[in-house]
Design a binder for this molecule. Structure first.
Ligand SMILES: Cc1cc2nc3c(=O)[nH]c(=O)nc-3n(C[C@H](O)[C@H](O)[C@H](O)COP(=O)(O)O)c2cc1C
Length: 121
């Protein structure tokens, strides 16, 4: 399985990673973590459409990103910038978005991500 690095502030992304059974996933906290080789980045969106700073730093320092998974919110507050962190990363690094989740997503989302991760391995 391809490696996974993730950032989670309030626990949604962490829960997704756990549901996928990714016990070796690397949690990004400060952004100075190191990961050799290819990986998929899982991130939430913050600040009305922004990528978390630690995620930006991590991506800049670890060149192997192959795809992204986003977790956002479809609430009225965030609808216009739904999952923009994943969109930002996709554009900046020219990688596909495997899923744009609403919070922890659905069982179907989890099955879809699992299949996509297996394809990348
Ligand atoms: C201050 C703040 C700003 C947010 N801005 C956005 C946003 O622009 N777009 C979006 O889709 N979600 C936004 N969200 C929602 C989070 O990305 C979403 O709840 C996500 O599931 C959090 O993941 P986590 O629990 O792993 O931290 C925002 C949340 C907070 C607290």
């Amino acid at each position: 399985m391809i490696q996974v690095a993730y950032a989670s502030k309030t626990g949604h992304v962490k829960k997704v990673v756990e549901k996928l059974g990714l016990t070796n996933a690397l949690r990004i906290v400060k952004g100075d973590e190191k990961l050799d080789g290819e990986y998929v980045i899982f991130t939430y969106t913050i600040g009305l459409g922004k990528t978390p700073k630690a995620v930006e730093a991590f991506l800049a320092a670890n060149p192997g990103v192959k795809a992204g998974v986003g977790s956002g919110s479809s609430s009225i507050l965030h609808r216009k910038t739904f999952n923009f962190a994943a969109e930002n990363i996709s554009k900046a690094y020219n990688v596909p978005i495997l899923a744009k989740l609403d919070g922890v997503g659905t069982d179907e989302d989890i099955a879809h991500i699992k299949a996509e991760l297996e394809k990348l391995s």
